[in-house]
Design a protein around this ligand. Structure first.
Ligand code: XLS
Ligand code: NI
Ligand code: NI
Length: 459
């Protein structure tokens, strides 16, 4: 380990690996406020991400709990279905697979420090190579977890969540838990056990399951009912093991309607909630909601957040937008302040992000080939989220939206409304009420445009 000289005089130093600094930013990015003007000496500073600023009584860093993900940034190479790799990453060649993994870890922690991002996330296969046997693969993961433990202690970076990659390897082509072959189910279970334990050891706040291959292409070869039962059993085993090892983090499912399978079982918040209740897991498992997965399911991000909160299963967020014109998961960094603000408003109204966080499950466009593009992408996204949080704070403190909502539902706070909800009135009672009092409900404006104008004012 050696330290690189940092450019702005008093800035703390960044710990890099033996390959030296990968990014041109010598010290952690600083907060310089809205008036910041980039210069050769300081090409980037946060304009809104001021981690210690109090927002509704909590530090901004704690309201957002932002995380950089390992996979897109350090595994991705810029390939697309038509094109080869465009990113030349030095840790992808040179040395054996384990040496490459160590090099990758050095660069990852260098980036976390430059950004000052408090959390990271990973899949087992992102951090360590697959071995010849499962035992070897699991051992590789454990060795990297040792390395992480040391780096986390040195840098203060924490783990938002870990997850197992149960979708890349051909053994999982027909699903992991939902595979027609129980041996694959067993293999997936063994892999999850290992990552869950590594996540626990690293003090992870959550453990995520995204069922990329838990779905199907055609019913001609699929027994849907059987596969759902298998998935229910798998999740129960994960929950059981969590309690056995004393993992206190949240277990999260990440819904997505399709891609890679044509029809994914964890379609959206509503369908996952139904699934959890069917298998009696609604008090054990929460949701990791991804912005673009919501859009692909035909919902807004804020709809999925509000629904999960209403059902008591809100867990965490993956902050990556899609493209309005493209119907697939483009995993772009957030840049639309209004979109993020509307989501953050729901998060705040529902009591905050809790043990979850805002994970950038986002990747560079394949023409962004410079190392520093990784920093620019994350830092810009962090700044956009910070700004969106400040907008959401205004929406909360001003209170006009909330007042409108209260006025709109005020009837339900009255005697008749309460009697209905508390089950004190039958259909006959209600019919009598209407007749006796000659009730004739009068439609009232919902004022959508006026509220939209209010939102424009908070931006
Ligand atoms: C893919 C998912 C994936 C999960 C983690 O679309 O978003 O990246 O977040 O397995
Ligand atoms: Ni996704
Ligand atoms: Ni995701």
């Amino acid at each position: 380990m050696n330290a690189t000289p940092s450019s702005p005089s008093a800035a703390p130093r960044i710990v890099t690996g033996p390959h030296g600094p990968y990014f041109s930013f010598g010290g952690p990015l600083r907060f310089r406020g809205e008036g910041f003007v980039a210069s050769a000496g300081e090409p980037f500073a946060y304009r809104w991400y001021d981690k210690d600023r109090l927002v509704l009584g909590r530090r901004m860093e704690d309201q957002l709990r932002m995380a950089a993900c390992y996979w897109h940034s350090f595994v991705g190479t810029g390939t697309d279905p038509f094109g080869d790799a465009t990113f030349a990453r030095p840790w992808h060649d040179g040395g054996d697979a384990m040496q490459q993994a160590l090099h990758k870890a050095d660069v990852a922690f260098e980036m976390f420090q430059v950004l000052g991002v408090p959390f990271f996330t990973f899949h087992d296969r992102d951090i360590a190579p697959e071995g010849a046997t499962l035992a070897e693969s699991n051992d590789n993961v454990k060795r990297l977890a040792d390395v992480f433990e040391e780096k986390m202690a040195k840098t203060g970076v924490r783990l938002l969540w870990g997850t197992a990659n149960l979708f890349s390897h051909p053994r999982y082509m027909a699903g992991a838990a939902t595979n027609p072959d129980p041996d694959v189910f067993a293999y997936a279970a063994a892999q999850v056990r290992n990552v869950l334990e590594a996540t626990h050891r690293l003090g992870g706040a959550n453990y995520v399951l995204w069922g990329g291959r838990e779905g199907y292409e055609t019913l001609l070869n699929t027994d849907l009912g059987r596969e759902l039962a298998q998935m229910g059993r798998f999740l129960a085993l994960v929950v059981e093991h969590k309690h056995k090892i004393g993992f206190k983090g949240q277990i999260l499912i990440e819904p997505k309607p399709a891609e890679p399978t044509k029809h994914q079982y964890d379609f959206d918040v509503a369908s996952v909630h139904g699934f959890l209740r069917t298998y009696g897991l609604e008090h054990e498992v929460k949701l990791n909601i991804e912005q673009n997965h919501a859009l692909l399911a035909g919902h807004t991000f804020e709809h999925e957040i509000a629904l999960a909160q209403a059902l008591g299963i809100f867990g965490s967020l993956d902050m990556n937008r899609g493209d309005e014109m493209l119907g697939w998961d483009t995993d772009q960094f957030p840049h639309n302040v209004q979109q993020v603000a509307l989501a953050m408003y729901q998060v705040l109204q529902g009591g905050g992000i809790g043990a979850g966080g805002l994970n950038f499950d986002a990747k560079l466009r394949r023409q962004s080939i410079e190392p520093d593009d990784l920093v620019w992408a994350h830092a810009s996204a962090m700044d956009v989220c910070a700004r969106a949080l400040l907008v959401a704070e205004k929406m909360v403190t001003d209170g006009a939206l909330q007042r409108h909502l209260q006025a709109r539902y005020a009837g339900w706070e009255g005697e008749r409304g309460r009697a209905i909800l508390e089950g004190r009135m039958s259909l006959e009672d209600l019919a009598r009420e209407v007749e006796q009092h000659r009730l004739e409900p009068r439609p009232r404006s919902a004022r959508q445009e006026r509220l939209e104008h209010l939102v424009a004012g908070y931006l």
